[in-house]
Design a protein. Sequence first.
Length: 330
Amino acid sequence: MNDSAFELPSPKSSSLPSMIDRSLYFLGWMIVAFIQALPLAWVAQIGRCGGEVIFWLDGRHRKVAIKNLTLCFKDSKTPREIRALAHENFRRIGETYGCAIKTAGMKGPALRKIMEVTGGESLDPERAGDQTENCIYATGHFGNFELFSRLSLFIKGYQCAATYRGMRPAAFNRILFSMRTKAGGSGLLYERRTDGALLKKAMNAGGVLLILVSDQSSRDNGLELPFFGHPCFTTPAPAVMAARYHCSLFVPICYRTGLGRWRIEVGEAIPMRANGVRRSTEAITRDVNTAMETAVRRDPANWFWVHNRWKTKKILATAEAAAAETVATA
């Protein structure tokens, strides 16, 4: 086993963590080191087995996945086919999470054997001199979506950046941060809630390829737009950021091509202007949703079906009113 696999990166914070935090940090890195020492095919198979087990044990998320799939495919697939899709989706999710840990520690030459990128030439990698324009990739939880942090191996001339949401406990958050940056991943990584000023500074400097996971949104700042013909909250961040910083906007998708194998496909740019006039945020965001819906239909098991994607203001308002009524009559 490679000795470097046991190297513990320095925490981002200078404060001394608690004993529990340090223990979790060490335990977490031991698990990461063990997974990264295994062959990728083994990790993929183990992950699929883990997804199989979770499918049978986690009834709540199984029901969410089947409900979401039924909402989208009830007119084209039988209940048996929908359940089979949910079953395979759990296996894929297990494979994704295991392989995300493994691939985070893989060097460039090894990574190129199991990952390819098509369509990236639209960013003109042969241009001369420093690049001052920015580009935004609005993607979702497709395939091994963590591979987007390694795009700098395939797309030259840009400094790759990404946003993330910090997780608890803090020890696991430091491990996640280190995994995404240590092995040649995104050179710029920003916490969505606290690093806004730093992200703004980087975008103003130019030459940034910003990767935004855009298939989820909170009710506070989301647009209620159709997805598979049903209203749901959709983040306007890609459209807003692209307009603010004069970026090209693309919707790349990570497809699984085999066990432990993936291809990121970069499609055509989303038009930012029509007839010489800037398009509305809603119109641009609808195009992003359409591109993602097309990708889901192409390989339904490749998407993350276990989150509640179809939240709407009407549904939430009804739920809140019902809760208030329950409290009032209690």
